[in-house]
Design a binder for this molecule. Structure first.
Ligand SMILES: [Zn+2]
Length: 102
């Protein structure tokens, strides 16, 4: 299934221009154990629903950004730069359930 991914720099583009970088997972703090590192690096939630993810615009500006996407419908609620506030970010791009048939 194809859908539009709104790059915060380039605007909405076909998802095939991007590389999926995985779901957001908070990095362990302090002195994590081997098990905590393994969990952080390899165990994914694989949620059916809305999650925060990393995306890379490999055929465009070649920048990493974050997206909030529904994994069931592929609806992208918003995208934003890493380090930006989760809401109210002026440079965020929002799309309304845009879907493109192949
Ligand atoms: Zn871009």
């Amino acid at each position: 299934m194809s859908f539009l991914m709104p790059c915060p720099n380039c605007g909405p583009r076909g998802v095939y221009e991007f590389r999926y970088g995985g779901e957001m997972n908070p990095r362990p703090e302090g002195a994590p154990s081997t098990e905590e590192w393994a969990s952080y690096l390899y165990l994914k939630e694989n949620r059916a629903g809305v999650q925060e993810e990393w995306w890379f615009h490999r055929s465009g500006c070649r920048r990493w950004f974050k997206a909030r996407r529904d994994t069931v419908s592929n609806r992208v609620e918003r995208t934003y730069w890493a380090g930006a506030p989760r809401t109210g970010e002026p440079e965020e791009q929002a799309v309304q359930g845009q879907s493109v048939e192949p």
